[in-house]
Design a protein around this ligand. Structure first.
Ligand code: DAH
Length: 370
């Protein structure tokens, strides 16, 4: 470019002559037309129309170097050339933008009618829900919840419960012993040791309900599991009689299986209660009808008309003595039941293994109580 005031040889500013401008426009058009996407188009624009090194931009700088009388013409020519290049750019921009939008519509399509991948909400285990429900029945009657260790000492699990080391009832418990075997520790075979702990720890009167996990060396099958839940209850007070036991268990049985069902106590034996009984509740499915009319078989009670739900009895004086309670002044009742068994009867579950398998589908019919 000439310095200010310098006389100009028009041949030096040939960038503005019609052929040069036409060539610059043609090159711009070619490059713009060849641009395959918006990025390439922007690059073509910078190279040919707008960038500091674009021939059309450089040509414009030369305007001032022309003699005054030629400037207007050259300016018009340059403007026309620039407008042509710009128009080519605008057209290609419109085309490429439309192409890109069409692509986006296809590639980023979202089918809002597809089912969403929902995350399932967690839910309580059916046994936990049942245990809490049963505990609540007793809490409503004024009982407290008591718990004890699952690794228990022989004294709590057996001896204080009137089962001396040579007591034959021990053999029914299929006990799992904790090493070293002379440590006297066992995996508790029932929740009854919590009775002993409650009587030792708490001031009288004692009304406790004790849910918990228990262990026995049982071979697993459809109705047996080495790990299972129990619910234990204990009431020790002045003047407690078997009528209190009966009334309490009736409330409990009706809560578990439905109102209006009778209960019965069948004589039995447990070392820690005297007298002892099995608690039966009238079958909730046939309401005892199957026993009266054998032509209508009942799967739930096997036509017995009654379902056995647990053991109970009046606390043996030896148990009271072992915990320092005076049997001349205090008496009490106790009961214990298997949680899985209750849940299986109540919900027609055929396999005890279903409770521990961890298949979430098993829990679904029980609802999503959280
Ligand atoms: N502990 C007994 C068992 O596991 C169940 C039981 C029976 C508990 C009678 C009691 C009871 O408290 O009074 O077989």
């Amino acid at each position: 470019m000439p310095a200010p005031g310098e006389t100009v040889d028009p041949s030096r500013v040939h960038a503005l002559d019609p052929d040069q401008l036409a060539a610059a426009v043609a090159a711009a058009r070619e490059s713009i037309r060849a641009a395959a996407d918006l990025d390439a188009l922007a690059a073509a624009r910078t190279a040919h129309v707008q960038g500091a090194a674009a021939p059309l931009v450089l040509a414009r700088r030369e305007l001032g170097a022309l003699p005054r009388e030629e400037r207007a013409d050259a300016g018009r020519r340059h403007n026309a050339a620039r407008a042509e290049a710009q128009a080519a750019y605008d057209t290609r921009l419109a085309e490429l933008t439309a192409e890109r939008d069409a692509c986006v519509l296809v590639e980023e399509r979202v089918d809002v009618t597809l089912p969403a991948a929902r995350r399932r909400r967690g839910a309580r285990h059916p046994l936990s829900s049942l245990s809490d429900r049963l505990v609540d029945v007793f809490v409503a009657m004024g009982y407290e919840v008591a718990e004890g260790p699952e690794v228990e000492h022989d004294w709590f699990n057996f001896e204080a419960l009137n089962m001396a080391p040579d007591h034959p009832a021990r053999s029914e418990h299929d006990t799992l012993y904790v090493e070293p075997t002379d440590s006297g520790r066992v995996l508790r075979t029932h929740t009854s040791p919590v009775q002993i702990r409650a009587l030792l720890d708490r001031p009288l009167p004692v009304y406790v309900v004790c849910p918990g996990r228990t262990y026995r060396n049982d071979t697993i099958d459809a109705t047996h599991s080495p790990v299972f839940g129990q619910l234990e209850g204990l009431a020790v007070d002045e003047g407690i009689t078997m009528a209190d036991l009966r009334g309490t268990l009736e409330v409990f049985a009706q809560e578990l299986f439905g109102s209006g069902l009778s209960t019965r106590l069948r004589p039995s034996f447990f070392p820690f209660t005297e007298p002892s009984a099995e608690l039966d509740v009238q079958c909730f499915a046939c309401r005892g009808e199957a026993a009266r009319q054998p032509r209508q078989p009942c799967r739930v009670c096997s036509d017995e008309g009654w379902i056995e739900i647990g053991g109970c009895g009046m606390v043996d004086p030896n148990v009271l003595r072992a915990t320092g309670v005076d049997p001349a002044r205090y008496s009490g009742f106790a009961f214990g039941m298997g949680l899985e068994r209750a849940a299986m009867i109540r919900h027609d579950v055929r396999e005890i293994r279903d409770f521990v398998d961890g298949d979430v589908r098993f829990g679904l019919p029980f609802g999503i109580e959280v």
